[in-house]
Design a protein. Structure first.
Lengths: 337, 337
């Protein structure tokens, strides 16, 4: 049986290039041994963090090697099993990356059986009931430590993580200001997610828009983006504010940290905290997060949008959407075709 | 009776200028009313934060007005009292600034009777047993949340706050790296304070010196300085590191935040926290901090150095020492002469 996989051909300088940075290769799938399973990818999640893994520099995880398969979480079906833990036909989440088949040892920590409630789509396990949902829930409750009535700014507010953070904040009586990259997203955040305000950084001056809403009034900032958007937000933070640094998509493409206004004095005068966090260190809270989110979806308190695309061959093309303000909803590729 | 006071003549651009930015003026002291006391300044504390108050921009406290007396904490003697709370001859700490006399209402929150143990100098109430000591103790224990065996970097390590932070860290079994501005201070930190390492930022490349000690090894950073020293330190922080932003003397003279490498990505990949803090929000812990510090001084576990200067007329001249790597030990002016 032939596997197909997308590998990293060379490390991108700046924005990835579909032609030169990725390569699709084919290889024989090996036979499974006792204790192993063979899985077939059904859906692949595409996420901003993948750009970071393409760099050689230090990150919170090892980079993808040149020639190595691009990293990513998938929904896969067990098509052969010599494990007592999994049966043929089981659906699992696993981190096998941009490829069609993989042999996995049964105790590989990244595999887990999918326990998405039956009345919700299985693809939710890659989004609101998976890593992005847990990131939103735990970043919001554990890092930002919100109080009702506080004001939160969320960047990439219509995205997989941001859209959930903003809705959690609305649920508990906070004022939510979204920042997005298109008017379509602005409308979505205001009309469907019920955010109080939403600004388009491509057409509006975020600093001055925030300035119109008050002075030193932002209690929490959930930062998915970084760069100049963060500069604008930090100009308006309140005393004792908290910033959760969740993603830095604005600067993932930069080989060294770009320059920006120094934040230490702002943090000092505002007695404020900026904290980077990775959801994997909150594993003890995953079950709680997923349970909360499932209930809130079913009760209609949280809405969730997916952007499901077709075709294994189109993975790199779809990945590029993350860098072009075109992505709208959790980006997933159905790779069965 | 004539009061003399140093007032802010104009807001400095960059480093203050003794001639153009300060002015000494004289005025009549008014008679005290019932419930008031008249105090005579004995010692004035000079501290880096005062530079921040000379700017018009936002800080954690209101700026000094043009024509207003320069802010500062003093040791003063009550020389006349119509209050039941204070008697003639009482020694108090008060925030009356750079002046010789002041009439104070008895319930003014900034006054407190000095309770420095009798076997320690009264001037310690302006330093290790006052604001700088509390800042060191509370910033270290409450913000950095240290564990034995961790590595801490302290900037301005021979200063009023830094020298205490480093010694507290040594006391609990941490590895201490100081950063200072002269070889004399390096020797002091290594030989008298027993820091493990100390570097001179005027003659050594801090980034490369830290790089020789390990990779991603700094668990805590007590930042009194900011600017390029912080850039160097943040290049070497460990996973889950904590930075306490206590002072930013390197950039107090800058009217707008200067540019520097963006820190958000570093905080994200290292899952680290940067927190600005002001000691005044830990008032409920003051007594504990002072009690700890008094005991450790008497037991010889902490050494404390003062730089006591003479003369009310020399206050601005002495203040400038804070910006010139000349200051060594807690800067105090005996203003009785």
């Amino acid at each position: 049986m032939k596997n197909e996989k997308w590998v990293l051909k060379q490390r991108p300088m700046g924005k990835p290039n579909i032609e030169s940075d990725f390569e699709k290769i084919s290889e024989e799938v090996r036979k499974i041994e006792y204790g192993e399973i063979l899985v077939e990818t059904q859906y692949l999640s595409l996420d901003p963090y993948m750009r970071g893994r393409m760099n050689a520099g230090p990150s919170y995880a090892s980079p993808v090697e040149i020639g190595g398969v691009m990293e990513g979480e998938v929904i896969a079906k067990v098509i052969e099993s010599k494990s007592r833990l999994y049966q043929k036909g089981d659906m699992v989440n696993a981190k096998i990356g941009w490829q069609k088949y993989e042999v996995l040892y049964e105790n590989e920590p990244s595999i887990s059986k999918i326990n998405t409630p039956k009345d919700l789509p299985i693809t939710y396990s890659l989004g609101i009931l998976g890593m992005p949902g847990r990131t939103a829930h735990l970043g919001y409750f554990e890092i930002l430590k919100p109080k009702p009535g506080e004001t939160i700014v969320v960047s990439a507010a219509s995205g997989a993580v941001g859209s959930i953070v903003g809705q959690l904040a609305k649920l508990m009586g906070c004022r939510v200001i979204g920042i997005v990259g298109s008017d379509k997203k602005v409308n979505y955040c205001k009309n469907e997610l019920n955010f109080d305000y939403c600004f388009n950084y491509n057409t509006q001056d975020i600093d001055s828009e925030l300035g119109k809403l008050g002075e030193n009034f932002i209690n929490m900032y959930f930062d998915n983006v970084g760069g100049e958007i963060s500069d604008a937000v930090l100009n308006h933070i309140a005393l004792f504010s908290r910033t959760a640094v969740c993603g830095q998509i604005a600067i993932y493409n930069s080989p060294t940290p770009p320059m920006g206004p120094r934040v230490a004095r702002t943090l000092l005068t505002k007695q404020s905290t900026m904290q980077g966090f990775i959801v994997f260190n909150f594993a003890h809270k995953y079950e709680e997060a997923i349970s909360d989110l499932s209930n809130w979806i079913k009760e209609g308190k949280i809405v969730y949008k997916e952007d499901i695309n077709e075709g294994f061959n189109n993975i790199p093309l779809n990945f590029m959407k993350l860098f072009e303000s075109e992505n709208f909803g959790k980006l997933v590729v159905d790779v069965r075709s």
